[in-house]
Design a protein around this ligand. Structure first.
Ligand SMILES: [Zn+2]
Length: 478
């Protein structure tokens, strides 16, 4: 296929973000459609991005004393019904198993929409004394929530995640755990995925079903819509009471434990594709790119030394970076440049006969900064290292500039409603915390309150004029 035709198959990002998104995911071989409605197939290149996220998170979880385990895929109906608010929240989205083979089951089994109801009975067995606390366990796996409208990575019926489930002696310790996880998620999003976020609590209308409160991280997509990027729930003693998880405390009295749960999902892969890609395709942050550097030998059919040196160079770089040599003979260099740009590889190294004569290689960053840059082969590893770090920084800086220029602090309700309706970004409202004021903004805009940051409220509620108790950021959302 000719290079330009290849790129033309992707619609321009600013013309139709949704079509652009789907085309890029398919062309870059991140996902494919599946024969199962609402479910996607994550192809190896897409899964490798998720694995990079997993690897980094697992390092953080180990460092902070968490352990990984595995719990069943099925939740007996009677267990799911134990916590009333929880079952009410999830009931519309639960998929049920009713038969084993031809035989109807005595009790229906839910395919886990989340695992509190299967994990808590185990904690009830494992916890007797304060000495058994805290329990800091997570599992990696997938869950099922029946969705009406689905989009690859962003909303699918089955999705992949980890879910942490911890139990603590005191409310303070449980809240500290929620915040520790929130900080790990923030560093994942900002440091690894180059996605700046607003961090805070959900208003009670948006909290997890069964939680006392929910902490959230919200990112902004190029169409001005928010995306919930991670959550950490303070579950209080709600699940402990429902599942009778008690311990004997130091003062010799029996108490219910305090629990948390928290998660990020494969949705993050969709968020980073939306945020960083451009008209040429994906642009993956170096920290999570499956291939960080592609080495393209030029005119190697004329000079066998070129391919030899390109492979040696890739081997040397491969000790520290994720590197690929594109030595396919049937494609032109221009075709290869386009393909690796489409697939979002952050750094390209070109090596031709003339470069060899001058003992240099040519670096090209995916974002075009610095143009084509000749670099001496001696010391190339260090230059590449600092260039990848610079690309990562530039990606974050661009996303942050976008977030800042799309965050508004309107001075009138009319202005606020208009900004939310037009999907301009995050709209800051001083708020009295009254549900009626929230509902009015929702109804008139189709937006929702995304996050209440830890920032002091001042002045009157923008809706009703009574004194504001909090600041809330509204947006339309994915
Ligand atoms: Zn109000």
């Amino acid at each position: 296929m000719e290079a330009k035709a290849w790129v033309r198959e992707i619609p321009r990002k600013q013309d139709n973000l949704s079509d652009w998104y789907t085309a890029v995911l398919l062309k870059a071989e991140m996902v494919d459609y599946s024969p199962v409605r609402g479910c996607m197939v994550i192809r190896p290149y897409g899964w490798a991005v998720w694995e990079a996220i997993q690897r980094w998170l697992d390092g953080e979880f180990r460092r902070t004393g968490h352990q990984t385990a595995a719990f069943p895929l099925f939740v007996p109906e009677s267990l799911l019904r134990r916590e009333a608010e929880h079952v009410q929240g999830f009931a519309p989205q639960v998929a049920w198993v009713t038969h084993g083979g031809e035989e109807e089951l005595a009790e229906r089994l839910a395919i886990r929409p989340t695992s509190e109801a299967i994990i808590m009975p185990m904690y009830a067995r494992w916890i007797q004394s304060y000495r058994d606390l805290p329990i800091l366990i997570l599992q990696w796996g997938s869950v099922v929530r029946w969705e009406k409208a689905t989009r690859p990575f962003l909303r699918t019926t089955e999705f992949f995640w980890h879910e942490g489930h911890t139990a603590h002696r005191t409310a303070e310790e449980a809240d500290e755990e929620c915040r520790l996880i929130l900080d790990i998620y923030r560093r994942l999003l900002e440091g690894e995925l180059a996605l700046p976020v607003l961090v805070g609590r959900k208003p009670s209308s948006e909290k997890f079903a069964g939680a006392d409160w929910t902490y959230t991280l919200e990112a902004l997509m190029p169409d001005g819509q928010a995306i919930q990027a991670g959550t950490s729930h303070f579950l209080g003693q709600n699940f402990a009471r429902a599942f009778d998880v008690k311990f004997l405390d130091r003062d010799n009295t029996e108490k219910y434990v305090w629990t948390t749960s928290w998660a990020v999902t494969t949705r993050l892969v969709g968020a980073l594709v939306l945020a960083h890609g451009d008209d040429r395709g994906l642009f993956l942050p170096p920290r999570v790119a499956p291939i960080q550097i592609v080495v393209v030998p030029i005119r190697f059919e004329d000079d066998p030394r070129v391919l030899e040196r390109a492979r040696a160079l890739a081997a040397a770089l491969g000790e520290r970076f994720r590197v690929k040599v594109d030595d396919r003979e049937e494609y032109t260099p221009g075709w290869k440049f386009n393909e690796w740009e489409l697939r979002g590889v952050p750094l390209r190294i070109e090596l031709g006969p003339r470069d060899l004569e001058q003992a240099q290689a040519v670096l090209v960053a995916r974002d075009g900064e610095g143009g084509k840059r000749p670099v001496p082969l001696a010391g190339l590893v260090e230059v590449v290292d600092s260039e990848l770090a610079a690309i990562q920084r530039r990606m974050f800086a661009r996303a942050q500039a976008f977030l800042q220029s799309h965050t508004f602090a309107p001075s009138s309700l009319q202005e606020a409603l208009e900004l939310i309706r037009q999907r301009r970004g995050f709209v800051r409202l001083p708020w009295c915390l009254d549900q009626g004021c929230e509902d009015r903004v929702r109804e008139e805009t189709g937006g929702s309150p995304r996050v209440i940051p830890e920032e002091p409220a001042e002045g009157p509620c923008l809706v009703c004029g009574r004194p504001a108790q909090a600041v809330v950021y509204f947006a339309r959302a994915y």
